[in-house]
Design a protein. Sequence first.
Length: 164
Amino acid sequence: MKQTVVDAVNEQIRNELYSGYLYLAMSAHFDAENLDGFARWMRLQAQEELDHAMRLFDHVNRTGGRVVLGAIERPPSTFDTPLTVFRQALEHEREVTGMINDLYELARRENDHATELALQWFIGEQVEEEDSALTAVNQLELAGDSNAALLMLDRQFGQRAVTG
């Protein structure tokens, strides 16, 4: 791997770790609000992000690069309504999609075919991530101010299966 690609992948490892940290903070918020289903959904999302970081970590190691971990920014500790939180999650996923696309373009410019191939998985994964967050936002918008609907969605979100 060229050093420019190694540096960029190391930065994305940090970004993925931050994503996990962010979703864990959101999970803690929902736990504190006694919304266990939303908390579980976010906790599983946090784990997925950590898995993504490790996938990139392993790629750097397998291709002769050196992983250098950077500091992870502290995520917010207070959040608003479930709808607002899931809107934040959707916006965050859209930002990550942009990061992955930029990284893919860099790998392509540097003729790093192995990294291009590895990032194709992430491109597909981001389609799923955005769709999942958008579906959550749409359902919460439909629930409106109904506490009954909110509790039903909380229960439904708690049914999220572990993937991987």
